[in-house]
Design a binder for this molecule. Structure first.
Ligand code: HOZ
Length: 443
């Protein structure tokens, strides 16, 4: 922030936060919203349109977290708004099947050859939890391999060495998860195929599945090394374990067919969420028919949900996927160009200011890590200067640029972000690097 710039008012947001603290632990309904890792009062959002958020004090922000991923077409995208309004006129929920469920499933399957059959649920957590249950039932095995810094929602077995808020707040797993359950999860370093080979050798015939974010978003953005995903695919096939690609964050984001399309790999099960619901609560787990048909009522694996396939959520998802699929040839190159311009533009400002910063980017998701080293796994990400990130975050917020409030979360943008947003963001970063420090590490 320029020293001449008056501080933005935050009184309404602060009052709303105090009120919220009476009702919600930490004043929030999801921990990462509390800004605990970056400091500063979290603004309360009043409305959003396109690339912009407006808070309760009337401050405007360029949004680089996009509801943590779903808002790929920008906020209040008219076809999505109209689809929700049309659906709501017919009632918000039936608890019975509608044609829209198969309409949306058709679009998911069209972009994901790995998915032959699927189930809609209401969150990514439900999707990954159900995929794990299915993998255990299909293999008759108990152990799950995950990777340090990957976050697959908050079900008991998947919180071990997790990313996102678990990494942000430095929580070593979670209280309340019985050891017996945590011991069934092996957390290995990401991008290290030899570690996975060693795990299979140490637990012969006991590993049910390997689950990963094929591009990590929840330790900050980390891309898979060349050959890593194909190596995991070959290894799981050889060992009779299932490969679960958790594309809740990357699905319809890094390409229409997500990371599986981008890197040309297959998986046994895939989980999706965020974009597939167009901003409403939707998760998906799907994959090979032989596994999916183990689910009740066809098979013995139980999974259910009153609001699964909710008509409003299906309508929002359909409007979003229809637009993405019909305009893919323009949308994805545009997202790539805009993300490249803003991510590299800010990195260049850091270099000019002498600030050590590593940019990791895959399409329209990226992270500026405040570290000098490369970041290819969680251990390297964790070496980042999180205090410096916090100062940068606060300086950007004061200039109207809302980044995800943690070093261990990916930034996203939408088709509504354009040259004006890019230019404003780069000049805000220039100011932020000036006022928050100009050495190899910010202050
Ligand atoms: N997967 C999202 C963060 N990486 C979820 C956001 C939240 O935890 O609220």
């Amino acid at each position: 922030m320029n020293s001449a710039t008056p501080a933005r008012p935050h009184t309404r947001s602060q009052a709303l936060q105090q009120r919220a603290e009476r009702f919600f632990p930490g004043g929030v309904n999801s921990p990462v919203r509390a800004f605990g890792a970056v400091g500063g009062a979290p603004p309360f959002v009043e409305r959003a349109e396109g690339a912009g958020l407006t808070d309760a004090d009337g401050n405007r922000y360029i949004d680089y977290f996009g509801s943590w991923g779903p808002m790929i077409l920008g906020h209040a995208f008219p076809p999505v708004v109209e689809a929700i309004q049309r659906a709501a006129r017919n009632s918000a929920s039936f608890g019975a099947s509608t044609a829209a469920e198969a309409d949306l499933a058709e679009r998911v399957v069209a972009s994901y050859p790995a998915i032959e059959k699927l189930r809609f649920v209401s969150s990514g957590t439900e999707a990954t939890m159900s995929a794990i249950r299915l993998a255990r039932a299909a293999t008759g095995r108990k152990i799950i391999v995950k990777f340090e810094g990957c976050y697959h929602g908050h079900s008991d077995g998947l919180l071990v060495k997790a990313g996102s808020g678990v990494a942000t707040f430095g929580i070593p797993g979670s209280a309340g998860v019985p050891e017996e359950i945590a011991h069934l999860t092996l957390a290995l370093p990401y991008n290290d195929l030899a570690a996975v080979e060693a795990a299979f050798a140490a637990h012969p015939g006991a590993i049910a599945a390997v689950i990963l974010e094929p591009v990590v978003g929840n330790a900050g953005c980390i891309a898979p090394a060349a050959g890593y995903l194909a190596g995991l695919r070959a290894l799981t096939q050889k060992e009779g374990a299932l490969l679960i690609a958790d594309e809740v964050m990357t699905g319809f984001r890094v390409a229409l067919g997500g990371a599986l399309e981008l890197y040309g790999v297959d998986a046994d099960l895939v989980t999706l969420g965020k974009i597939v619901g167009g901003g409403l609560p939707v998760g998906v787990f799907g994959g090979k028919r032989c596994f999916m048909d183990l689910l009740a009522p066809l098979g013995p694996v139980y999974q259910a949900g009153t609001l699964s396939g909710n008509p409003l959520a299906m309508a929002a998802g359909l409007a979003t996927l229809r637009y993405l699929q019909e305009h893919a040839a323009e949308v994805y190159p545009q997202l790539e160009a805009t993300a490249k311009a803003v991510a590299e533009g800010v990195a260049a400002e850091a270099a000019r200011a002498g600030v050590a910063l590593i940019l990791n980017r895959v399409g329209s998701m990226w992270t500026w890590f405040f570290t000098a080293g490369p970041v290819t796994d969680y251990a390297q990400a964790a070496r980042s200067d999180t205090d410096a990130f916090g100062r940068f975050h606060r300086a950007m917020m004061e200039q109207g640029v809302w980044l995800p409030p943690s070093q261990f979360e990916a930034a996203f943008l939408s088709t509504a972000h354009g040259e004006a947003e890019v230019a404003t963001t780069i000049s805000a970063a220039r100011e932020a690097f000036k006022t928050t420090g100009a050495n190899t590490s910010l202050m």
